[in-house]
Ligand binder design. Structure first.
Ligand code: FE2
Length: 350
């Protein structure tokens, strides 16, 4: 509602101003006559006698409408019209000429002129043409402002809905993790480590946001994984391992409708190995999205330092050594270097 008022205000702002007209004619007497008539009707009038002056005036003052003489020394009105229309599409243009040539009129209208008047001027006709052209311009501006307002509103509501969905999925991840004594709080810890690495690598605000959501939701696909297999205390068979690893693709499919493509890719590729040796991997090296390469390191660190059904937690220094050893094979070496500069790694190795 607040936004609606702001928008209404801005429409009024544009439309309530006293409109300025630019009268273009090489004859001073004609300019004076038109200025007198239109000033009496409440418009502010400026004058120009040649193309250069027209473009200068348009560049420096907000002109609502130009009355443009076709025949002028130097650049003609017909030549000037497309320049005005492309540079100042919100400025209305009425063409004026002594030549009562229908083809010229059609050409001008095709090039965007709002109307066409013949000289000598009938001042009442001129006045009506100005009113009509300004009314048309006013409607055009109002429609555009309203469209912008609607677009902003839709964007705002889409953002709200997206936030609600993501919140729900995040809650689902937390619920999943809470159910499992081995993974409680895993996603939040992984997110913290991943963002620290992203920060170290100088990621943009948008990339950091994608990394945040990718990290928070990276294991949502585990909802489809058999709990007995996931919590199996012994060594997994290759079929069981394959089954667990499907969570990357399943997770990507779950969040696809509510997050952007980059976030989906981060989730989809978070178990890819830098050297391409991961299970069913289709990309390798720097073709793996950077967010996924960062997440892989953060995920591995938290997994190694947490208890698992088949082993107890490793010390953080041991886990960091493990990550260092896998730089260039499982992990992107640049990401490992950035990770080693983060607070988590620094305080652990001190
Ligand atoms: Fe995972």
């Amino acid at each position: 509602m607040k936004q609606a008022n702001a928008n209404e205000k801005s429409i009024e702002g544009v439309l309530d101003q006293q409109e300025t007209l630019l009268i273009v004619d090489d004859e001073a007497a004609i300019r004076k006559l038109l200025c007198q008539k239109l000033s009496r009707e409440g418009y502010r009038c400026e004058e120009a006698d040649a193309a250069e002056q027209v473009l200068n005036t348009l560049a420096t003052s907000p002109i609502a409408l130009v009355i443009l003489d076709i025949k002028m020394p130097g650049k003609s009105g017909i030549e000037l019209l497309p320049e005005i229309k492309s540079g100042y599409p919100d400025t209305a243009v009425i063409m004026a000429t002594a030549v009562t040539d229908v083809n010229v009129a059609i050409q001008c209208l095709k090039q965007g002129a709002d109307d066409y008047l013949c000289k000598p001027f009938n001042l009442e006709e001129l006045s009506l043409a100005v009113q009509r052209a300004l009314e048309k311009r006013r409607l055009k501006l109002e429609i555009r402002e309203y469209q912008q307002f609607l677009e902003e509103k839709v964007e705002e509501q889409t953002g709200e809905i997206r936030k609600l969905f993501l919140g729900a999925i995040e809650a689902l991840v937390s619920a999943l993790e809470a159910k499992d004594k081995y993974t409680g709080g895993h996603s939040r810890r992984v997110t913290e480590i991943a963002l620290a690495i992203g920060n170290e690598l100088g990621l943009s605000i948008q990339d950091m946001e994608d990394l945040r959501w990718g990290s928070l939701l990276h294991d949502v696909g585990k909802i489809a994984i058999d709990q007995l297999i996931q919590n199996k205390p012994g060594k997994l068979t290759s079929e069981e391992y394959e089954h667990i690893m499907t969570h990357s693709r399943i997770g990507a499919d779950i969040v696809r409708p509510v997050v952007n493509g980059k976030t989906v890719e981060i989730i989809e590729h978070h178990h890819d190995h830098y050297d391409g040796s991961g299970l069913h991997q289709v990309v390798a090296g720097n073709d793996i999205p950077l967010g996924a390469r960062i997440l892989a390191v953060a995920d591995a660190l938290d997994a190694m330092t947490s208890d698992r059904p088949y082993r107890s937690a490793m010390s953080i220094t041991k886990a960091i050594d493990g990550i260092k050893r896998c730089a260039g094979t499982q992990f992107d070496p640049d990401v490992v270097t950035a990770f080693l500069k983060t607070k988590t790694a620094e305080t652990a190795t001190k």
